[in-house]
Design a protein around this ligand. Structure first.
Ligand code: GLV
Ligand code: GLV
Length: 320
């Protein structure tokens, strides 16, 4: 029988899918495996279900050995996978598109509201038992209505965030490697701008691009300097898309007005400067963290593994 290694605990429903086709070994430690532990764990496996913190590369394929046929990443992002190296050795790579779109867009919008309406700051005030009273100038935030959302990468998640923004009365502008389909632009009344134009135009800049060599530190000193002093940066994509030190400096100096961050450059570390600032809403990488979504992600990964082990094409392959 085939053997599948799961690098971290996943929902039981997904383990059940795997058990129908393979012997399943779930690594149930309460932290990411170190690279050495990971390489030892996958030895002899036909399939691996991996997490976004696992480095999947040529060394991992070599460590697994010649049985390995598929690595299913339980995430839509796959910057942790050296796709050419792995697929070049005849091993399929899959991700989990689609099933986490709404959860991630909800979280992006929740964090955005948290920073514009100062929800974290207000909660910290109450929990510190500081006296307060209602008055017209108390803890004023800013509204979103009539403002422009700038979306970097109008893929599934970018579109889902834009739909929410439209319901809040915002205008949509976007940039990306390609223009979106005409019907998407029409539905969202979305304007396509160059990266530089988008930086200058956006009241809220929300990042929905993958992490690649091209997008690493896309938001750096120069980009932050080009943004409006009233602008809010939202990052629910991958931490390294933003130069976190540059962001902390820009926020401390009032170069931009605020940030809403679900992801960090050196996860699980957070740039200490950011933790000092009240104009930052932060969450510990919770974009897809609902019970429904995490179950759907793990099941999709498991079905990808089952398909490949049955000699069928993967459902949601990633190609180099
Ligand atoms: C989560 O960050 C994902 O890429 O699915
Ligand atoms: C860029 O990230 C795009 O979606 O075109």
């Amino acid at each position: 029988m085939s053997e599948v290694v799961v690098t971290r605990t996943i929902p039981e429903a997904a383990v059940a899918v795997l058990r129908e086709v393979a012997e399943v070994r779930v690594c149930d430690q309460d932290r990411p495996l170190t690279p050495d532990e990971l390489h030892a764990a996958v030895r002899g496996a036909d399939g691996v279900v991996a997490m976004l913190h696992d480095r999947i590369d040529a060394e991992l394929v070599d460590a697994a050995g010649e049985n390995l046929k598929v690595v299913a990443n339980v995430a839509v992002g796959y910057d942790n996978v050296d796709v050419p190296a792995v697929t070049g050795r005849g091993v399929a790579v899959t991700n989990t598109p689609g099933v986490l779109t709404d959860a991630t867009a909800d979280l992006a919008f929740g964090l955005l509201l948290s920073v514009t309406r100062r929800l974290g700051e207000g909660e910290r005030l109450l929990r510190s038992r500081t006296p307060w009273n209602f008055h017209l100038g108390f803890m004023l935030g800013t509204g979103l209505q009539g403002k422009t959302l700038g979306v970097v990468g109008l893929g599934d998640i970018g579109q889902a965030v834009a739909r929410r923004a439209r319901a809040f009365g915002m205008h949509i502008a976007y940039t990306g490697r390609r223009r979106a389909a005409q019907e998407i632009e029409a539905e969202l009344d979305a304007r396509y701008l160059s990266h530089d134009e988008l930086l200058r135009t956006a009241d809220v800049l929300s990042l929905h691009c993958p992490l690649t060599d091209d997008t690493r530190h896309l938001i750096d000193d120069a980009a932050l300097a080009a943004m409006k002093p009233t602008a809010i940066l939202v990052n629910t994509s991958r931490g390294p898309v933003v130069d976190e030190k540059a962001l902390a400096r820009a926020l401390a100096e009032g170069q931009i007005a605020g940030a809403a961050l679900d992801v960090f450059e050196q996860e699980p570390q957070v740039e200490p400067g950011l933790l000092e600032l009240d104009n930052v809403a932060i969450a510990p990488h919770l974009g897809s963290a609902t019970t429904e979504t995490r179950t759907a992600m793990a099941e999709l990964a498991a079905r990808n593994v089952a398909a490949v082990l049955a000699g069928q094409p993967p459902l949601t392959p990633v190609t180099a």
